[in-house]
Design a binder for this molecule. Structure first.
Ligand code: ADP
Ligand code: F6P
Length: 471
């Protein structure tokens, strides 16, 4: 087995098997923010990515992707149901997102979580070079740092949580809370999106494990584990370059024509997830149509909502409700050739998504809770014309950085309507001033800056860090 100096361990590989229209197996970029963040970073580095390739059954052998070696971890049908859909996405996901849906606790799911984490830890142990660096990602794999340290004490181990880390009142619900905290503490560095999450973690470690803990470090078995906030980001330069391509600008112009040259285009792009606040947003939009504050002829809403975790009951219920709402709003307010909402559930390629960002006068990103929300940062980076207003939930991690957005509490329907109208009616000068400041923020705090700040703490020698993200 060939070994690498840097190993990324994440539930998903950056490519995913999906079925092409002709029924053939097709590999394409995996959904979600984790892959969007890490994929551009690792390109052309001598790294191995350990992850699951989607689907169940034996692990397929995959070719390198942009020079990064793919090491596939298989999931059986039981693992998929009990680890991925169960403990990861029906216990931890809702619990970590303010319990906006009720988390479920089942002992069988916990068994699967342990089993799958063990398998990922063994895979990482196999492919990491002696004294190498292993960077474990996200809530699916919280036990991996501890398991890996037992297998390979020579490694430097990092853990980064892409989603929120909840306050003690919520985390304390978890029947196996001590094991989860201990698993994370196997890492040398534990990174969160926001300082509040690091604070929550320190409080829990002190309370549940009775270890000396501050918001910056925890001492465990004579080891010091560093803790901190490292807000994840995007490859802003790549997004700006794509947005500036003439064919993308042309495509944006054509999209506007196809939409009937409306005065204003509002866009939302989400995974179909109950944390994203889609229902609340559509309700606000419906009320604005009903009151006449927004008129179908002048304003168009594009809602992109790619289905996600489709066998989990709460996701099925959400999709049905959203589609019912869209149908109802179009039925009530649409006209022939002029729907009130243009609704898509398809994945788009990067150029098409970027053209959509360029056509949107208002980007509405209003999750009930979100670790970061990279869509907000992508929109900002794509507005090379310094135009476009961002309506952003104060409960998205991105709100801590994008202060010039129109910030909203998505639970407050009146506030949501008010800020959406404010964004729609803003003067071009105001829009430009805000967008310029946000673009500068995303340009300076891009994915390379994120990796550099994390690896400065993890890779104490700095050799790998300098190779991966030159200063
Ligand atoms: P999450 O990680 O919860 O899915 P983020 O907003 O952080 O949320 O990341 C979502 C990522 O998925 C972004 O990079 C976005 O561009 C991408 N994405 C979302 N919807 C689509 C779509 N319809 N087609 C292609 N990419 C999409
Ligand atoms: O951090 C959010 C996250 O769970 C990521 O791990 C992943 O990129 C994304 O959402 C998509 O979710 P899934 O892998 O379940 O399709």
């Amino acid at each position: 087995m060939r070994q690498s100096p840097l190993v990324v361990v994440a539930n998903r590989l950056p490519i995913d098997d999906s079925v092409a229209p002709d029924g053939a197996c097709e590999w394409r970029r995996s959904p979600g923010g984790l892959v969007s963040a890490l994929h551009p970073l690792l390109r052309h580095t001598p790294a191995t990515w350990v992850g699951w390739a989607g689907g169940t059954g034996p692990a397929p052998h995959l070719p390198d992707v942009d020079g990064v070696r793919m090491h596939t971890v298989p999931l059986s049908a039981d693992d998929f149901r009990d680890h991925y859909e169960g403990f990861a996405n029906a216990t931890l996901w809702p619990l970590y997102h303010d319990a906006v849906e009720q988390p479920e606790y089942h002992r069988r799911w916990w068994d699967a979580y342990q089993r799958v984490n063990q398998r990922f830890a063994e895979a990482a142990a196999e492919v990491a070079e002696p004294d190498g660096l292993v960077w474990v990602q996200d809530y699916h794999l919280q036990l991996v740092p501890g398991l890996l340290r037992r297998l390979r004490p020579d490694l430097r181990i990092g853990f980064f949580l892409h989603v929120p880390f909840p306050p003690p009142e919520l985390f304390m619900q978890l029947p196996r809370r001590a094991e989860l905290l201990r698993g994370m503490l196997g890492a040398d560095v534990i990174g969160f999106q926001r300082a509040q999450a690091a604070h929550n973690f320190a409080q829990l470690v002190a309370k549940v494990l009775e270890l000396p803990a501050t918001d910056r470090q925890v001492t465990v078995d004579d080891r010091v584990v560093r803790v901190g906030a490292f807000p994840v980001s995007i490859d802003a330069a790549e997004m700006a370059a794509l947005a500036a391509r003439p064919e993308v600008a042309d495509r944006a112009r054509r999209l506007r024509q196809d939409l009937g040259e409306p005065e204003k285009v509002i866009l939302s792009v989400d995974r179909m997830d109950y944390t994203k606040g889609i229902e609340q947003r559509l309700k606000a939009y419906r009320e604005l149509l009903a009151s006449g504050d927004v008129k179908v002829r002048d304003t168009v809403l594009i809602q992109v909502a790619v289905p996600s975790r489709q066998r989990v009951a709460q996701y099925q219920i959400l999709r049905d409700r959203v589609e019912h709402q869209v149908g109802r709003i179009n039925g009530e307010f649409g006209r022939v050739g002029e729907p009130a909402i243009h609704y898509f559930t398809q994945p788009f390629d990067r150029a098409e998504l970027t053209a959509l960002y360029r056509v949107a006068d208002v980007m509405a990103v209003t999750p009930l809770r979100d670790g970061m929300n990279l869509v907000a940062k992508e929109y900002v980076a794509a507005r090379v014309d310094d135009a476009g207003a961002l309506l952003l939930s104060e409960f998205a991690g991105a709100a801590a950085e994008l202060e010039q957005a129109y910030l909203v509490n998505p639970h407050d329907l009146e506030g949501l309507k008010r800020e959406l109208l404010a964004a729609l009616r803003a003067t071009p000068e105001d829009v430009t001033t805000r967008m310029r400041a946000m673009r500068e923020q995303v340009r300076r705090h891009d994915i390379h800056a994120w990796a550099r700040s994390y690896l400065t703490v993890l890779d104490t020698g700095g050799a790998l860090r300098d190779r991966l993200v030159p200063a």
